[in-house]
Design a binder for this molecule. Structure first.
Ligand SMILES: Cc1ncc(COP(=O)(O)O)c(C=O)c1O
Length: 408
């Protein structure tokens, strides 16, 4: 039977991370691992009322197939939503997707022949790594600095990839409150990326699931809003601003690119669920999504602050330990001394009944063993304080256990 699988399936590995996440779900463990929104924020009463009404009274539309591009009322509502951010699209420039993970899969199917190069930051979103790897793209890592990707390193990486026979096709970025680091790109870096993309004739994929979750700091325009050439594809999702279980998102961008994406989507699932599209469209038309997002921001800001404060209080003050201070999103990122192996440390952490996500799987070049991602959205304030207290002890024990030459 094994010989029947495609080469890419044989090469695919089960994600270590998913296995480790299972361990973190055991009872009694305070988990900062999964990147999940707080379920208490899902507007379930409103969603339930709309869903019942749609199923009983609008079943000819809501329980029927729809077009591959997606329902017009939802696309129209999204066009207005994106316009608040300086992004202006016509109806044929937007396709509804089964959340942004499908967007990433469609990007891979639309652009990559085996060996084509995609440039992504070190670290980057794991789901993008998996989607692009599945289509046998050459994943090229570029260091991520405090204000965005190292653009000099990007240019060098493009030249190197070309010299090695890989066709540079695309840069994948999450410029706002990135998963996993929480880092936000500066305005200058956004412009710089577009200059390189124009020079090298690359498509930019701007993934923005956390963009509206800004708690502090100044507004930055989306990369796509600065794009004058039509080379940016935007991925939007309802997962973090409404409900992840709706599995609903959208892609927007230049007509000719969206047209090809729609063709690939036809073969993938014909269309995204009519029911969830109707529910989201009615939520946007009949309720106030902006007000809901403002409430989310107040809710998550308190949690972010609690985690930052707890880290100040409980993390050992040792050289080589640092963490990001994200202005939004759901994550922060901790760097430990080089000699610490976060995967080993996770086992110790689970004994202390606290869990995090190890950083290494987010790096396409195999680095990042001394890093970890902490998600602050789902734990309660009490759990955040207690969990970080436990984590501080774990790190202390880990440092104490290092050979003396590596102790810092
Ligand atoms: C950067 C990024 N892109 C895409 C996704 C996928 O989200 P969804 O498929 O729910 O839209 C996530 C989920 O955490 C993410 O962090």
């Amino acid at each position: 039977m094994d010989s029947l699988f495609a080469q890419r399936v044989k090469r695919a590995r089960r994600s270590v991370l998913r296995e480790l996440l299972k361990l973190s779900e055991r009872p009694g463990i305070i988990s900062f691992a999964g990147g999940l929104p707080d379920p208490e924020t899902f507007p379930r009463q409103i969603l339930a009322e709309i869903a019942v009404d749609e199923i009983l009274n609008n079943y000819k539309k809501s329980l029927q197939y729809t077009t591959t591009e997606g329902k017009r009322p939802l696309r129209a509502a999204l066009i207005d939503w994106l316009a608040q951010d300086g992004l202006h699209y016509d109806m044929d420039q937007v396709v509804i997707t089964t959340a942004s993970q499908q967007g990433l899969d469609l990007v891979a199917k639309t652009f990559f022949d085996p060996g084509d190069a995609v440039f992504m930051s070190l670290p980057t979103y794991l789901g993008a790594i998996q989607a692009f790897r599945a289509l046998e793209a050459e994943l090229v890592g570029v260091p991520l600095l405090e204000d965005g990707m190292d653009l000099d390193a990007l240019e060098e990486a493009i030249s190197r990839a070309r010299a090695a026979g890989h066709r540079p096709k695309l840069v994948y970025v999450v410029p706002d409150f990135q998963n996993p680091t929480g880092i936000t790109w500066s305005h200058k870096k956004r412009e710089g990326l577009l200059e390189i993309a124009a020079r090298e004739d690359l498509v930019v994929v701007e993934d923005m699931p956390y963009r509206k979750l800004r708690y502090t700091g100044e507004h930055r325009p989306p990369v796509a809003a600065l794009d004058e050439e039509g080379r940016v594809l935007v991925l939007f999702t309802f997962s973090k601003v409404l409900a992840a279980g709706l599995r609903l998102g959208a892609m927007a961008g230049p007509r000719e690119l969206i047209d090809k994406i729609v063709t690939m989507k036809q073969a993938t699932d014909l269309c995204t669920s009519s029911l969830t599209q109707r529910i989201a469209a009615r939520f946007m038309l009949e309720h106030d999504l902006s007000a809901h997002v403002r409430r989310l921001c107040s809710h998550y800001r308190v949690k972010r602050d609690a985690m930052l404060q707890a880290l100040e209080q409980y993390m050992p003050k040792a050289e080589g330990i640092s963490w990001t201070r994200p202005e939004g999103g759901l994550f922060l990122w901790v760097r430990l001394p080089e000699a610490v192996d976060a995967e080993q440390m996770l086992r110790r952490a689970l004994e202390h009944r606290v869990a995090f996500v190890i950083g290494a799987p987010f790096f396409v070049d195999g680095s990042g063993r001394n890093t970890m991602r902490l998600c602050f959205s789902k734990a309660s304030l009490e759990e955040i304080e207690e969990g970080i207290r436990r984590l501080g002890r774990v790190v202390e024990e880990e440092l104490a256990g290092l050979p003396t030459t590596q102790k810092l």
